[in-house]
Design a protein around this ligand. Structure first.
Ligand code: ASP
Ligand code: MG
Length: 451
């Protein structure tokens, strides 16, 4: 069994959903369970509708409801024309949006929204997309069954970011999904959506469909999880900065997590942790380019000195010099307490005999922080710093990578350098306006030269 998850762009309209059917047609032997997002953009629109209604703009909420209704009906009609299910799906879409219009009126009257009612509205996108996709499979001759995610994804009642009950999900998936697969049928389930034990609708948080896919994969002990999106996979650098960035064929979970922390947005590794921890490989594929090889994210990947590079602009660097106190026991604790007090998390840290340097992502409370730090010694700030991350599980294995990285930077000044004990991310702090040039130099050195 495998889990194939299709994101919003992969089910955005009739043409995209047709591609999903073509992709799944090639996977029949692997016994797929299909998890789908809402039609691209639908979740945003649903939340917008709820907020507008509660904010008193009932008319524009109702207009948006009609737009979204029309969109679902139009795409469903294009996919299901003449099929058995066409009528049923149209009725279901109609009823759902009629109910939403009533809800909107109620929100308008109340003048506020609860997280619970937000989830009831947000879930509509996946509940409908899964029915449309399942009916499309049937129209194309596949025996597909729409499974209501609320019958499988058991969560607690932390509405808008509900936490899964992994054991219950495993039990329910064995009960509801596995028998279908064993009968050679294709279960199609909405991602993102869940329900409490009392069957109140919940959601797993924005972007939660990857999490759903990973939880289902772990629950049915899938041999692979495929995340189908609109890019070829993870790349060796952000292609907006490095147009020649290359596809990464295999990456370890830890490396992917480091890159995500630097803004690689293909998927958030935390959402695939349940699967990766069980040894299930996760693939990222492009539904517009299914022939591309994609990226495999696994617990382990062959150790490379450098797997990818990333940059982050607009960080703040704070340096504290204190010849008197640095070696005194408890000094660093007291310094870091300042950041804690002002609820600011520290990103990179380096120390020397007489100084501590840190970078901060969020400089909102910088003024107060500097005031408190002044009690310890001389403080200086560089408000325009940038970060470079050179990520690779083998970077500290005695390769030349670190020397090469520093050499590649040439004249670009380095203000801080940090290599963790696990040696997976060599981080450098440079000037913000040098980040792009530095990334170009590093990428050329590590990925554009034949050794
Ligand atoms: N449709 C949901 C969202 O837009 C979940 C997802 O697509 O992953 O957040
Ligand atoms: Mg997504």
């Amino acid at each position: 069994m495998i889990v194939c998850k299709f994101g919003g762009t992969s089910v955005a309209d009739a043409a995209a959903i047709s591609r999903v059917v073509d992709i799944i047609a090639t996977k029949r032997e692997q016994q797929p369970v299909v998890v789908v997002s809402a039609l691209g953009g639908a979740t945003n629109m649903l939340l917008d509708i709820a907020n507008k209604a509660a904010g008193g703009e009932l008319l524009s909420a109702l207009q948006l409801i009609e737009q979204l209704r029309d969109r679902h009906l139009r795409e469903a009609r294009a996919l299901l024309a003449g099929s058995h299910d066409a009528e049923d799906v149209a009725v279901e879409v109609g009823t759902t949006f009629d109910e939403l219009a009533h809800l909107a009126e109620a929100f308008k009257t109340l003048g506020y929204l609860t997280p619970r009612s937000l989830d009831a509205v947000a879930a509509i996108g996946e509940l409908l997309s899964s029915q449309i996709v399942a009916a499309t499979f049937r129209a194309r001759g596949f025996d597909a069954v729409c499974v209501d995610a609320r019958d499988v994804m058991r969560t607690n009642d932390f509405f808008t970011k509900a936490e899964p009950d992994v054991e219950e999900i495993a039990r329910l998936a064995q009960e509801r999904l596995v028998p279908l697969v064993l009968q050679n049928r294709i279960p199609v389930m909405g991602g993102f959506v869940g329900a409490t034990a009392a069957r109140v609708t919940t959601t797993l948080g924005r972007g939660g469909s990857d999490y759903s896919a990973s939880l289902v994969g772990a629950a049915i002990d899938a041999t692979a999880i495929e995340i189908w999106t609109d890019v070829d996979g993870m790349l060796t650098a952000d292609p907006r900065i490095i147009p020649g960035a290359r596809l990464i064929e295999r990456i370890s979970f830890d490396e992917a997590a480091e890159l995500a922390a630097f803004g690689a947005k293909v998927l958030h590794p935390a959402t695939i942790a349940p699967a990766v921890q069980r040894g299930i490989p996760v693939y990222v594929f492009n539904s517009r380019n299914p022939a591309a090889r994609g990226t495999m994210i696994a617990f382990d990947a062959p150790r490379l000195p450098v797997r990818a590079i990333a940059g982050k602009r607009a960080t703040t660097m704070v340096k504290l010099r204190s010849s008197r106190m640095l070696l005194a026991p408890g000094f660093l604790r007291r310094v870091f307490e300042v950041f804690e007090t002002h609820r600011t998390s520290v990103d990179v840290v380096t120390t020397s005999e007489v100084s501590v340097s840190v970078t901060l992502d969020d400089a909102t409370n910088l003024g107060a922080i500097l005031q408190d730090l002044a009690a310890f010694g001389d403080v200086s700030v560089s408000p325009r710093a940038g970060l470079l991350a050179i990520v690779g599980a083998g970077i500290a294995d005695g390769s030349q990578a670190i020397a090469q990285a520093l050499a590649a930077l040439g004249p670009i000044p380095v203000h801080m350098a940090s290599l963790s004990a696990t040696g997976i991310n060599f981080t450098l702090v440079i000037d913000d306006d040098q980040v792009v040039a530095a990334m170009q130099r590093l990428h050329a050195t590590f990925f554009e030269q034949t050794p």
